[in-house]
Structures are given as C-alpha cells and as structure tokens.
Design a protein around this ligand. Structure first.
Ligand code: ZN
Length: 297
C-alpha cells in the first residue's frame, strides 16, 4: 500500500478524569491512580504526585529500565534524581487498545495498582468516562520488513500484514504440566481487547511465588489475586479462559508495544518472550521503520 492511500485516525483523549484504587503487587503499597485528559500530541505521561513537585514520566521506550517481570519507566534529573513508575504494562495496554492516545496518569505511589492482575479495572475506568476525538491525527508505524529480536529459546517478531490490522499472537511452551503448550492470536481493536484480552490475568508458578514471597515481595498478594499454578492447575482459583496464559502474554505485548507511542500496523508474535524482548522490538522498530504522522495531500 502506498502512503497516499493510508488513512490515519484522529487522536483521542478521555472525556473526563477516571480513578482506579488498589495496591502494588510487588511493593504492597496502596495507590490512587487517576487518568486525566491531555492535549493532542501529549501521548501517555505518568505523573508522580507524591514528590515535592509533580514529576512527569512519558511512556516512551527510551525511559524504560530493566526490572524483573515488569515494565518500569524512569526519569532522571539533577534535582530529583531518579523517579520511577513500575508495572505500567497493564495500564498501557488498556490505554493503547482503547485508543486513548493522550492522557496523564496521575499516581501517588511508584507501583501501579495490581487489581486482579489484568487490565480489566483500567478498561472499566476508561469506559466509565469514554473518549473524545481531537484535532490531530494519530501517527502510525507500519511494519514493512520482518524483524525479530531474541534467540531460539525466546523471541518476538514483527511482520508486515496484508489487511491493515494490528495483530498479536503468543506461543508458550512450559513442557509437561498444567500450562503446557498453548498459543493465542487476535486482531487488537477496542472491542476485541475488551472481550478477549482485558480480563486475562498474570500467572506465576507456585515455586516462583514462593521465591518472591521469600524475597519479601508480594506479601499482600494471594492466589485469589493472580493465578498461581501448581502441578495440577490453578491454586485456589479458576481460569477465566482455557487459554488465559497466552492471552495475558498477548496483553503484555500490547502494553509494551505501546511504548512506541503510535498506532501499529503489522503482525506481532511472541514465543516464550517477556517485557525485555517486547521493549527491544519496539526500539528496533523505531530505528528501522518510518512513522507516518500526516495525511497524504
Ligand atoms: Zn502482565
């Protein structure tokens, strides 16, 4: 498709502010999060309000630092030092999939509310107030060449697509056991995200959960809050979907790819991959591809 025939949609923001309360799974700290409308071309910007002055942290891949099992963004400046927002991926997935392009995310603690380990609470908050279109077009990145990061054990790749969609696929292989080998694919739209991905929850293996507890992490989290798998299946819990695990991994990809800061057109597939590789793919895509940011004349 030539650029002359590409249609860019208008940017959107929230019609009003919306709140989510909860606690961080890692830190156990209470947090109040507030989504606020923002001007065109703002993008998604986290705002820490528990600091001396409010500190803005744009949701861009250049602000990401590596932390285990979650996506963390930081800003560094001489006055305030390093200020972080942690576990932003489920918040970003909801905003990106529901096409909320411009918003401030005010938060009075570093770690986002874990809620039920999915994006559901954020989708519900956004849908309570709705979105409005703005007088600017949403930039778009179209995958024109296959691109893969990772190795044979874990990789994530982007490929061109023929039908103008943003599709996400995830394949996992946990070997013998209750999770086993599964894959899941969907075209990401606001409706498919609401019905297929938003409610898919974080999962961990029982041994990992025990290790994290021993490290003093996740002490407020129970097996009712996320899915903990032992050798037989979910402990003290029930799956919302038979393939809830690859669905959640697809949700994580949507959240991490939101760090591109634009719409995506292409087929994205992850195999055993996580936040680090998802972010590496975003960085490579931004180097390799051109972002289309205006309508053809
Ligand atoms: Zn996740």
């Amino acid at each position: 498709m030539t650029p002359a025939t590409i249609t860019l949609r208008p940017q959107q923001t929230l019609a009003a502010s919306a709140e989510v309360f909860g606690f961080g799974f890692w830190s156990g700290r209470d947090i109040r999060l507030e989504f606020r409308p923002a001007e065109p071309n703002t993008g998604i910007v986290f705002v820490r309000t528990d600091t001396v002055v409010p500190l803005h942290i744009p949701a861009k891949v250049r602000n990401r630092i590596e932390q285990p099992r979650r996506t963390t963004l930081v800003r560094r400046d001489l006055v305030s030092g390093e200020t972080a927002v942690e576990m932003v991926e489920h918040v970003l997935a909801a905003l990106a999939a529901l096409q909320v392009d411009n918003a401030e995310v005010w938060c009075d603690s570093a770690e986002m509310p874990g809620c039920d380990g999915s994006s559901l609470a954020f989708v519900e908050a956004i849908d309570r107030v709705g979105v409005v279109t703005q007088d600017a077009v949403r930039p778009q990145l179209r995958v024109t060449e296959p691109l893969r990061v990772g190795d044979a054990n874990a990789w994530v790749e982007a490929k061109p697509c023929q039908n103008e969609t943003y599709s996400v696929r995830y394949e996992l292989d946990y070997g013998p056991g209750p999770i086993g080998q599964q894959d899941y694919q969907t075209d990401v739209t606001p409706d498919t995200f609401r019905s297929e991905l938003a409610a898919a929850r974080t999962f961990v293996l029982e041994a990992e959960a025990r290790y994290l507890h021993d490290q003093g992490l996740g002490h407020r989290v129970t097996a009712r809050d996320i899915i903990v798998f032992d050798d037989h299946g979910p402990v003290d819990n029930h799956l919302r979907f038979d393939d809830e695990c690859p669905r959640h991994k697809a949700l994580d990809i949507v959240g991490d790819l939101a760090l591109a800061g634009c719409d995506l057109v292409g087929e994205f597939t992850g195999f055993q991959s996580g936040h680090r590789l998802n972010a590496a793919l975003v960085a490579e895509l931004l180097k390799a591809e051109t972002i289309i940011d205006r309508k053809a004349a």
